[in-house]
Design a protein. Sequence first.
Length: 403
Amino acid sequence: MATRTLNKLDSRTAATIKTAGRHSDGGGLYLSVDPTGRRRWVFMYTRNGKRTELGLGGGRDLTLANARKEAGTLRTILAEGGDPRSAREKQERQTFGEVADAYVEAMRPSWRSAKHAAQWSMTLTKYAAPIRPRMVETISTREILEVLQPLWQRTPETAERLRGRIENVLDAARAKGLRTGENPARWRGHLDQLLPKRQRLSRGHHTALPYADVPAFMGDLRGREATAARALEFAILTAARSGEVLGAAWAEADLDGAVWTVPAARMKAGREHRVPLSARAVELLKRLNAARNAETAKPSDPVFAGAKGKPLSSMAMAMLLRRMGSAVTAHGFRSAFRDWASETTGFPHEVCEMALAHTIGNKAEAAYRRGDLFNKRRSLMDAWGNYCGENVGNVVRLAAAGA
């Protein structure tokens, strides 16, 4: 093998070639390109009359120079009578858990929020627990089914997410040269023949309170002392999502300017969202701020703090609504706001949609819109805040401002 011509490829070819097949660099090193254009480095060798293909890593992650260095090491092992595969396995064998944890850390910067990364980590730790100690190259369809089948009918959405995440981890393991062959977690043409197709439930609307009943509901809500009541009231006044409210920190609130700025990392659309605060919303925040301990208060403190100063639980509002004997959901108040704005005010459609932080569906319109209609949204939120309060006599006057 040592007498063969080496270094046949150049770095540009290695980075751009798309022709399917194996492309020799010499000395047993090949760049393998599959029909989809994915590239990976493999080392081909013959030992005891048996031809073996050993994966070294993905073409995107492993440079030509490093692939040649690895191939040189393997040629030396072979020349000394050793088995390159055995030697490599001793050095690089990893469990599924190790590969999964490394994958989450590698992908973390590309994910929108820490919450998303935490969900990946939890799923691959809790639900994939049976396969975490296994060597990643030994995982087969049988092990995948053992993990998925207990969840498939009971919690199908969780099971489907778990399957996709396991598939990604095993793809990463193959790109690193830690396993070869097909991915046993692949759905199409594989698991779809072994597991029943998940029934898609039609997603109904979140249960909402008719907007005509909102002022009375707010009167009841304001008579309650719980922090969850203040969080829900603030969510209603700002037409914000529950997660955005529960994650709010004092650094985001400008009480003098009456603006709450939600950072992009906590927004569903991944863009910063400025929320104009009505007089009642500002008053609510000022009262909460006055109750803070001035000596220990920090800008990073949660606005709606629960036990030990941590943000309220994601279930806090739902539990409050249950105690109030209400069948509506916190998210449903966004629908009440939208219905109120459409049916009783003259504010334009785009102003109402931006108040809800909805993305613009029309790509051409989105490309030309640079502003966030903030001043118009302030008038809208002032009208809504007034409607939610006792002084309903001014609603007509404020709503007319948007006409």
